[in-house]
Structures are given as C-alpha cells and as structure tokens.
Design a binder for this molecule. Structure first.
Ligand code: 2NL
Length: 341
C-alpha cells in the first residue's frame, strides 16, 4: 500500500505542475482529493490492514493528503501571480502620454457677431443695456406709439402668454423705453441686444426668433447728422473701409422722420448682383429720430431733448460676411454649421 501511495503522490504532483489554469486545478482537486478521488480508496483499505501496520500507513496517508493539499494551494497562488503579471503587461498604461484635450466649444455665430457689434458701438460711447424677452403689451406696443388696433401691429404679431397683455417681445425697442425710464433726465447712449419673436412663416430669409440690436442716443443736441455718422462708422468697422451710405425715407411709428439705412453691396461693390437684388445697395438698419411721444413716454421733455434710434438684425450681417444663404441654419442646432465660424 505504501508503494502505491508514493506512486500516486508522484503522479499527482507531476499532473499538478502541468495544470495551466484554474479549471485544470479544479479537475485535479476532484480527481485526487475529492470524495470520489484517487485517495479515497486508500482510507477504505486502511481498515482492512493488520492492526500493527495501521499506524504507519495512516500516518503516511495523512502526510500524502496534506502534501497534495499544500501543493494545490501553492500551485493556485503561482497561477494567480502569473495571471496578474500577464495582466500588468497586457493592460499597461503609459502615464507619460499627453492627455486628450478637452473640447472647450466655441461661440455661436450669432453671439460672435453680437460681440463684434458691441465692440464697435462701445468705442462710440454706447453701453449695453439688457431687458427681458417677456414684455407687456403696454411697453412692447403702446408706449412705442403703437396703440391697440394700429395697422402696424400686423407686422409685429407675436406669441402671447396665457396672461392677458403679456407677450414675447417683437423687437428690442421696449427695452429702450426701460433704459430711458431708468436714466432720464440724464442723456443716454445705449445699445440693446437680444432675442425677438414674431408670428412668422419661417423661410430662408425670416425666422420666428432672431437676434436684434437697437441703438438709442438721447440728449439735448442730437440731430440726424449724428445718426448718419454713427451708421457710417458702424458700416465701415463691420464691413470694411470705403463704404458709401444712403438714407431712404421710411416709416416707423416710434420715429419721425424715419429712414432705411443702406450701404453699397459688399459683394459687387455697387455693380449689382443676386445678393443686392441688382440694386447695388444692401439694407443694414432701420432708423430715425425718436418720436416726441416716445421721448415723453421715456421720461424726456421733447421740447428740450431729442434723440436718434436704429434697429438691425444680427443674423443678416453674419450671413453677408460669411456667405450664409439660409437664416434657418442659425437655430437648426447642426454643429457642422456652427463649427465653420
Ligand atoms: C428695424 C427698425 C428700428 C427703432 C428701431 C426705436 C426705439 C425707441 C424709440 C425710437 Cl425707444 N426708435 N427703435 C427705430 C427705428 C427703427 O428698427 O428694421 N429693425 C430691424
């Protein structure tokens, strides 16, 4: 029996060293140490041995069993260490590689254009005034000399809230009323940027939401030549030297007289092309001298004070400068558009 045991141990040890993964180790454990393993019959045989042979045989049997169990544990540890070492090599990270740069984004094309406009007017002494997008009918229309049922309201139809008389502003002009009321009787020079809303068929040329910038100067010595100089300076700074200007008579309820401000077409230099509809001129703003009624609504005595005002879109100059032919790109949320700026 002792010889058979020794032989079994040698065989088991050899097989154990050959076992290459945890599965093989488990199989080995069952084959030798398990309840139905190769060692079990020896315990059976022990009982049948003559009394005097039993102690030595029992001792040896236990030694072999313990030796095999210890060898299994050692082999398990060795395998695990090997797996760890392999993983260290396979999953190694080069901590000296440079990191991936974080994407910091960029300004929306409308925002970038707005900021250029701020900078130009800031140098002419205009400060930026902010006003709410949600307005009252009173400030959006009535104080701007547009009474209920005035035909001009058709042009400025908008979105209404469920609260009577509260709506989304159709222009930034109501903010100018707020600026005048805050500063009168001090003279002011402000520009007022912001989103405006119109109940409008959306096309390549008109959106139902768009940015607008309005300018307003109120003081005791302000004339239409100031308006013309400011518009000419803006056109030059925004679109380049050598711009010519023209004023065409127009009408707004809140200015008198009112004009449309044109500059020579920057694409064809006044020769006539598709962009200027073969007129040689591009409209860049609506403007005029502040109507006396509006001056009074803002808190200024029209017999003492005068002022000029202008209003212009923001997407339009961006389209001209960057050759964009459809205003819907601006709020279409397509990054491929925004990333070109
Ligand atoms: C346009 C025309 C304009 C104004 C806006 C204004 C504001 C006050 C008083 C007088 Cl508080 N005028 N704003 C004046 C003339 C034209 O905008 O075509 N905008 C896109």
């Amino acid at each position: 029996m002792l010889d058979a045991l020794r032989e079994l141990e040698t065989k088991a040890q050899a097989e154990l060293q050959a076992a290459a993964d945890t599965q093989a180790l488990q199989a080995w454990n069952q084959a030798y140490l398990g309840r139905k393993g190769a060692l079990a019959p020896f315990f059976q045989q022990l009982r049948d041995l003559p009394r005097e042979e039993r102690p030595l045989a029992g001792q040896t049997l236990n030694q072999v069993k313990q030796a095999l169990a210890a060898a299994l544990e050692a082999r398990q540890e060795a395998l695990k260490a090997g797996e760890r070492a392999a993983a260290m090599v396979a999953e190694a990270i080069d901590v000296t590689l440079p990191g991936r740069p974080a994407s910091i984004g960029r300004l929306h094309p409308s925002t970038a254009t707005l900021r250029r406009i701020y900078a130009i007017f800031a140098e002419m002494g205009f400060q930026v005034y902010r006003a709410p997008d949600i307005e009252t009918d009173m400030v959006n229309f009535e104080l701007l000399n547009i009474p209920p049922h005035h035909p001009a309201r058709d042009m400025w139809d908008t979105f209404y809230t469920t609260t009577e008389g509260v709506l989304l502003r159709t222009h930034t002009s109501p903010g100018q009323i707020r600026a005048m009321r805050e500063y009168s009787p001090e003279p002011i020079r402000v520009i007022l940027p912001g989103m405006c809303y119109r109940y409008e068929q959306v096309t390549a040329r008109s959106e139902m939401m768009f940015y607008q910038v309005e300018g307003l100067a109120v003081g005791t010595e302000i004339t239409m030549t100031d308006l013309k100089g400011v518009m000419a300076e803006y056109a030059k700074r925004m679109f380049g030297e050598g711009r010519s200007m023209r004023f065409r008579a127009s009408h707004f309820p809140f200015t008198e007289p009112s004009v449309e401000v044109d500059m020579d077409c920057i694409l064809c230099k006044g020769q006539g092309c598709r962009v200027c509809k073969y007129t040689g001129w591009l409209e860049i703003a609506g403007a005029g001298m502040v109507h006396p009624v509006v001056l009074r609504n803002g808190g200024y005595d029209p017999d003492v004070y005068s002022g000029f005002a202008f209003g212009m879109g923001v997407e339009r100059p961006a389209m001209l400068l960057h050759g964009v032919n459809d205003i819907r790109y601006f709020f279409g949320n397509d990054l491929r558009f925004a990333q070109q700026f």
